[in-house]
Structure formats: C-alpha cells, structure tokens
Design a protein around this ligand. Structure first.
Ligand code: 5CA
Length: 440
C-alpha cells in the first residue's frame, strides 16, 4: 500500500475526549471515527487490525470443531418472548418497529436465535455435539459507553453456542472453548486469566471471564500471581480428549482468581500474601454453561439413545474483537505510539522514503516494496513528500513492527536502515540483506 494513495487520517493533537491511552492512540492513528455516542466507523488501518484479530479467533474456534455461520443483527421480538428475555432485558435492548408495526430488536446476543436454528433441524443425539458460532455486530444501549470501542453501544462479538445431550458432554464443550480462549489471547500477544464470574442476564451456573490485567480496566480483580507464568495449551492440543481438556481446565482453575462480583475475601486471604495480585482488568471474553435455560422454554430437544426426548444442554461463549483491539494497545504501547504484536499488525513492514523525488531513494524503495510484497508481506510504503521527522513520528504512532528507512546518504552506499519498533534498535545493512531478512 502506498501511503500517498491510502486513507489514514492521522491527528497531530491529542483528542480531548479520549480518557485512556488506547482511545487516544486509535483516534490519533486514524483507526476509528465516532459516528454517534458509542458507535464507531472502523477506518482502513483499524479495519486491518480488526480483520487480523478476527482471523486468529476464527482459526482457534475452527480448531475445536466449532462451525461458523452468520446470523442477522435484527431479530424478531417473538423469539425473545419465548425465552422470557424480551421483558427481562430492560433498557439495554434497542427495540424497533418495522413498517408493519412488528416489534423487532437489534440483537444484544444470540442465544434465542441459535436455539431456533437448532430446533428447526436437529432431532437426534447422533448429530451432537454441535457448536455454532458467528462474528457479528451487536447492540447494547449501555448506560455509560466510554473509552472508545472498549465499551461501545454497537460492538463486534464472536459468539459461539454449544449443544450437548448431557451435562458431562456440555462440560467438555465448555472446556474446549476454555482452552481455545487461552490459545486465542496468547496469539494476540495477551495474557488473559480466566476468573470465576457472575452470569448476569445470560444466566447459568458455571461461568468464567477472561481478564487482561491493565490499570485502565473497568473490573476489579483478585488472583494468584502464578497465573502470569502458566503454560498455554499447544497447537497440537487434542480437543477430542475429555481427560486432556479437563486437565487444562483443572490446572487453570487450581488457584484463586475472581472478579469483584464473585470475590471471596477469606479465600483470597488464604493465598500467601506475596502471591496475591489485586489489580484492575479488562474483560475480553466470557463463557457460560447454562444447561437447559433456553432449550426448555424454546423446546429444543433431541431423541437420546434411550429413545426418549431430552432438552439439550447449552453453553455460550463470547469474545469482543472491537474491545480486544484497544486492550492490545493498552498492553503494548510507549510514549511514541502503538507497538503491535506481529500477529495483528496492520502492516508487517513500513518502508520510509526519506527523500521522495530523489531518484536513488525512489528506486531503492520501489525495489524493496516490490520484493517484500511479492514475498507475501503486508507492506506500507511511505512515498509522501512529508518531512522525515513527520514520517518517523507517523511510523512510530501506527506501530508497524519493522521500519525500513531509505535516506540519500545510506542509499548512495547501497544501504538502508532497519528499525525494530519495539526495541528501537537500528541496524544499517545492504539493500539485499534487508530484503532477505524478511523474505527468508
Ligand atoms: N452470549 C454471551 C456469550 S456469547 C454474551 O453475550 N456474553 S457477554 O455479555 O459477556 O459478552 C461477551 C464479550 O463481548 C465480552 O467479554 C466483551 O469482550 C464483549 N463486550 C460486551 N459488551 C461490550 C461492549 N459494550 N463493548 C465492547 N465489547 C463488549
């Protein structure tokens, strides 16, 4: 991508409305734009990051055997009347009428709709277990939308829904998501700690929130400090192994960890004082097992091996991609801007032409840009005629992991500078060596 032809509206000044660093940096880097309270457009740079986050979430969901579909944002009120949540959900639900005066709503979550899909076609235990997920916009008319896309009214959610014949089966489905979440957040460069949580309007008995420790987090959390160094389940985790996944779950729930709603002061005080961590955290995922809470009122049942009909046991599993992007920034930035983990960086490399219009600089940059693009890298080429200082500031602000800098003096020697955004380390090398470093 040539910066001269791209749309990346950088702000020089700090936006006054932004209270936390991630919101400030997302606005300054031209990633998002507020359209009305708690409702955002994702501008091209932000969209690239969001897409990469979603790609990782999708890969890890698919690895467990979950199957992607797409459900609409607008739902009919009738479904919600069946489960009893139409009245219970309160003012957070945006209610709409269509031209025939039929009550509709902008979905805050999809338990009812997915249960309806399930009951319309699944009749036998032989088709279980099943886990269906989508990555879709939601709307919750939050009383206090704030911190940009961290707590917005319209937001994206990956929501998965599992269906099993028995409670034991449902627990295995829960453990699959539990392990997949550990892997997902790790690949996003985050350390998320599962904590016993309140179930709120989703309901049910078993629930964990996945929390990232951050000073700007909205939740108050309490946990054992050893969680920070626990091993993440590997790529070859067998998601069909009931014992294997139970062992992962048992290990990750063996020490104290709870959000303030579930906090047990006495149990926390039993943790040796030096091992206690009480901090603020950001909830990036939330999983629930709620048994037959929806399947019973909505009549979602299957014929079991005993020939009888059984209401299915369900769970739901949410991750907030539009919250994860600012959460990653909260965890990874410095005074100059964002520092993206390579897995979600909007571009892999930025090539900075320090003197656009200078033949040697132009030729060198074009050569590097073409070679790296051909090798499958996402490259941003800063070919604008801005001052060098502006270009460096922009490159640091948008947080691309590697900068290749081509200035007239170095280029005259057949060389460029390669800068690591995270460490700030700079290395001068031949043009060929710079290309080979990222092509190999
Ligand atoms: N149906 C269940 C799970 S599928 C559910 O709705 N869970 S939730 O309410 O906990 O939301 C799941 C995730 O969505 C949260 O962990 C959070 O990451 C994200 N999320 C929830 N509300 C917002 C919001 N207002 N803004 C941004 N992200 C949000």
């Amino acid at each position: 991508m040539r910066l001269s032809r791209y749309f990346m509206p950088i702000l020089k000044e700090n936006p006054k409305e932004a209270e936390i660093v991630s919101h400030r940096l997302m606005l300054r880097a031209g990633m998002i734009r507020q359209q009305s309270q708690g409702i955002y457009s994702w501008l091209p740079l932000g969209k690239r990051v969001l897409d990469k986050v979603n790609a990782i979430i999708r890969e890890e969901q698919n690895r467990t055997g979950a199957i992607e579909l797409s459900m609409p944002t607008l739902q009919s009120a009738e479904l919600w009347q069946e489960s009893g949540r139409y009245d219970a959900y309160g003012k957070e639900m945006l209610r709409i009428k269509d031209r025939q005066d039929r009550p509709m709503l902008y979905g805050p979550t999809n338990e009812e709709m997915v249960t309806d899909i399930f009951r319309s076609s699944i009749k036998s235990y032989k088709d279980l277990p099943l886990n269906l997920y989508h990555i879709q916009l939601k709307f919750r008319d939050e009383i206090r939308p704030r911190f940009g896309t961290m707590r917005s009214r319209e937001f994206m959610m990956k929501d998965a829904y599992s269906f099993d014949l028995t409670r034991e089966g449902a627990e295995h489905s829960y453990n699959k998501m539990f392990a997949a979440y550990l892997r997902t957040f790790d690949r996003l460069g985050l350390r998320a700690i599962p904590m016993r949580a309140d179930t709120g309007p989703i309901g049910g008995k078993l629930s964990h929130e996945f929390i990232i420790l951050a000073d700007t987090g909205e939740s108050e959390v309490f946990c054992h400090k050893d969680f920070v160094d626990f091993d993440i389940p590997g790529e070859h985790t067998d998601f069909d192994s009931v014992e294997g996944l139970q062992a992962i779950f048992d290990k990750w729930t063996s020490l104290y960890a709870a959000t303030s709603e579930m906090h047990d002061e006495a149990a926390f005080n039993a943790v040796p004082e030096g091992d206690r961590l009480s901090a603020r955290g950001i909830e990036v995922g939330h999983i629930f097992y709620f048994g037959t809470k929806y399947s019973e009122p909505m009549g979602a049942k299957v014929q079991g091996p005993d020939g009888k009909e059984h209401f299915v046991h369900m769970g739901s599993y949410g991750i907030g991609p539009t919250r994860l992007v600012p959460a990653i920034i909260e965890a990874s930035h410095d005074d100059n801007g964002i520092i993206w983990p390579a897995s979600v960086a909007p571009f892999d490399i930025v090539v900075i032409n320090m003197k656009a219009g200078d033949q040697a600089c132009d030729d060198t940059c074009e050569l590097i840009y073409a070679a790296l693009t051909k090798a499958g890298k996402d490259v941003l080429y800063d070919d604008t005629d801005d001052r060098a200082g502006t270009k460096f500031a922009t490159a640091d602000l948008i947080g691309v992991p590697v900068q290749i800098i081509a200035g007239p003096r170095a280029v005259a020697n057949g060389e460029v500078e390669v800068k690591d955004r995270k460490t700030g380390a700079r290395e001068t090398m031949t043009i060929e060596a710079a290309i080979n470093r990222f092509v190999a």
